[in-house]
Design a binder for this molecule. Sequence first.
Ligand SMILES: [Zn+2]
Length: 75
Amino acid sequence: MILKWLIFGAIVYAVYVLFFKSKNISSKSSNKSSKKDDGDSEEMVECCECGTFVATKEAFIKNGKFYCSKECMNK
Ligand SMILES: [Zn+2]
């Protein structure tokens, strides 16, 4: 009887490890890709006028320089 429980436990453990590992790998890879995407989308640049860091998406670009706002850009 004890042997049965040991085998049963081993099978449960093996299934659990396999499931957990595969889940971990998939979640890790998805996390990495999402983190990379976030890093690309949230790349920060420094405003040439006031030194404020702004996301490249939100930054204003004039003459190849980044500005945090139109006010800084037009100074
Ligand atoms: Zn600025």
